[in-house]
Write a protein that binds this ligand. Structure first.
Ligand SMILES: [Zn+2]
Length: 282
């Protein structure tokens, strides 16, 4: 039986709520929040020192904004949510499916020290390092194996999603730390939604084939265009990795539509900032 995107998205739990501390607004998953051994979040644009059009919590280092502002925003985020600024390690996106194993020797990479090697996913079992990824329409994968006490965090643009970066992340937790998909909890971050993510029909058909899911896209109003559900692609690859659908949840927001909360590359081009996802063991 092929996958049915509509059914799958109904089956997985919608799981996010907005919290604000020290003026810094983030989304959290109730399911991950219930885990005592973990700190996590997905930032919004609220808080921070960035001026328009990057207002105000831009955490993307590749934008045309003074780096001092971005580093100050990281300090503000850390102060609000009890993270140690010196323990952050920031992914350096490749829009692929490479996953890096990190430990405390990587603290500061991409922030106060040289960047990490190119990758889209990070895994660790070291409570001394905080994993960080950046997002502007691109989704995130948070995976926690509570038995093997290991975590993975990934950035998933459409290319990485197509290359199954979420599945690669789960597989890497298995190969590095002896994690078991049966013990994993996975949360998928907000992204550009299936009503807004317009692509060439050819790409949409590639998604349908790759994920064995005919309804992963709907035809667009314009000829040659279609709309793809990245959240469906995310759920299917986690199930393919062996994770129980009951252990998967989705932050069901649209970064393009919700301008008050999110930066969106599709909506604003380079005149926009980036949100960040963070995950650490404690
Ligand atoms: Zn949308």
């Amino acid at each position: 039986m092929p996958n049915n995107a509509g059914e799958l998205l109904k089956k997985v739990r919608s799981d996010s709520h907005y919290i604000e501390r020290g003026g810094v607004g983030i989304l959290v998953s109730d399911r991950l929040l219930a885990e005592p051994g973990l700190t996590h979040g997905f930032t919004t644009r609220r808080g921070g020192v960035s001026a328009p059009p990057f207002d105000s919590l831009n955490l993307g280092t590749s934008r045309d904004e003074p780096i001092e502002n971005i580093l100050e925003n990281y300090r503000i985020l850390c102060g609000a949510y009890g993270l140690d600024y010196d323990e952050l390690a920031l992914v350096r996106h490749e829009h692929g499916s490479t996953v890096l194993r990190l430990d405390r020797s990587h603290c500061g990479r991409g922030i106060s020290r040289e960047p990490l090697d190119f990758s889209d996913g990070l895994v660790t079992n070291d409570p001394g390092v905080t994993l960080v990824t950046c997002h502007a329409d691109c989704s995130a994968f948070f995976i926690y194996d509570r038995a093997a006490r290991s975590i993975g965090l990934a950035h998933a643009g459409w290319k990485g999603m197509y290359k199954r970066i979420g599945q690669r992340l789960a597989e890497r937790l298995v190969s590095e730390y002896g994690a078991d998909p049966k013990d994993m909890i996975a949360v998928i971050g907000p992204c550009i939604c299936e009503k807004c993510f317009e692509v060439e029909t050819e790409i949409a058909e590639d998604f349908a084939r790759e994920f064995d899911c005919p309804d992963i896209f709907t035809p667009g109003e314009k000829p040659g265009k279609a709309y793809v559900s990245l959240h469906a692609a995310a759920v299917i690859q986690l199930i393919d990795a062996g994770i129980d659908p009951d252990s998967i949840s989705v932050m069901r927001h649209c970064t393009m539509e919700e301008k008050e909360l999110f930066y969106s590359y599709r909506r604003d081009g380079r005149e926009t900032g980036s949100m960040a996802a963070f995950l650490r063991l404690r």
